[in-house]
Ligand binder design. Structure first.
Ligand code: SF4
Length: 315
């Protein structure tokens, strides 16, 4: 639908957006495995993006919520990782295990285990219900306490002895800074390990740079993607108008005409598990809404060459 008074003139793409190293690696490992193994099941979601999850379902790859549901063959451990208990259970059940855990999540597993072995208690800043957090806690279940916000720290009883702070890879950097400040006041002995990954840092910094320069921000990503939701929150907080969209279909023409404050410039970013073609189709939709004559400003360095998946996915 073309709106008569739409004044959209420019679309600016964030310097860093879309697929990260861990997601690309998990998808490649799954694609390779499917070529060689007949019965393949992904435990949970390979990455938190609907288009990718659906693509593997269409290819005949099984999806399971637990090891008990898998009836033989190969199990793929997703990018977010799992606890050692789950890995052991998979092997005991005779499953061939392909571990697609992101190396940066494995790094946290190693940090947690080393700290636990050395007598530390660990406060882990993250979302209790997120797959990555569940896997991390499972590496030292009696030593890790998950804290989701500042109130959780205030509610903690005094802790004597060695103590460490770690973070979910996709936490909001500004939130982690606040958490760090608060824990240091309450537990001066705490040692801090900033385990937010580089991809998260880059995408959040890029959106903070872009959001003040546009009238509206779109973040392409699934509702299940923690890092996409975080990017949308940051965009909204800075720019005032920020939407998390699953695909181009979610873009509403009325967003681009809000009375006397028409939207001339739109910024686009995407979560670390969002394939390029979804971003490309969002740009096309914006051009359609504007009715032509829109300038698209791409990042100086094209950092996301993942469109090789384009042919296999449906929007
Ligand atoms: S967001 Fe970070 S930790 Fe998660 S898969 Fe990507 S690179 Fe790895």
């Amino acid at each position: 639908m073309l709106l008569e008074r739409t004044v959209l003139k420019k679309i600016i793409i964030a310097e860093h957006y879309g697929f990260c190293m861990g997601v690309k690696r998990a998808i490649s490992k799954t694609e390779e495995t499917v070529l060689h193994d007949k019965r393949v099941t992904i435990l949970n979601e390979i990455v938190h993006n609907e288009a990718i999850v659906e693509k593997f379902k269409r290819d005949g790859v099984g999806q399971a919520k637990s090891i008990e549901e898998i009836d033989g063959g190969t199990v793929i451990i997703p990018a977010h990782g799992v606890s050692p208990e789950i890995l052991q259970k998979a092997r005991e059940c005779g499953l061939k295990v392909v571990d697609a855990t992101c190396p940066l999540v494995i790094r946290i597993h190693k940090i947690i285990m080393r700290l636990a072995e050395n007598g530390y208690r660990i406060l882990h800043f993250g979302d209790k219900a997120h797959d990555e957090t569940i896997g991390i806690v499972g590496h030292a279940p009696n030593r890790v306490t998950v804290i989701g916000n500042l109130d959780a720290i205030r509610g903690l009883s005094p802790i004597e002895g060695k103590l460490a702070l770690t973070s979910q890879t996709t936490a909001r950097v500004a939130d982690f800074v606040e958490i760090e400040r608060e824990v240091k006041i309450k537990f001066p002995q705490i040692e801090v390990f900033n385990t937010i990954c580089n991809a998260t840092n880059q995408r959040q910094a890029a959106i903070m740079d872009l959001a003040p320069r546009v009238n509206l921000m779109l973040v392409v990503g699934s509702q299940t993607s923690a890092n996409s939701k975080r990017l949308a929150q940051i965009a909204r907080a800075i720019c005032g108008r920020g939407y998390l969209i699953n695909s181009a279909r979610d873009i509403l023409p009325e967003w681009f005409h809000v009375g006397d404050k028409d939207i001339e410039t739109v910024g686009i970013s995407a979560g670390a598990s969002t394939p390029d073609f979804l971003i490309a189709s969002a740009i096309e939709r914006l051009k359609e809404i504007a009715g032509g004559g829109v300038e698209v400003v791409y990042p100086r360095k094209q950092n996301n060459q993942n469109s090789l998946f384009l042919k296999d996915y449906q929007i």
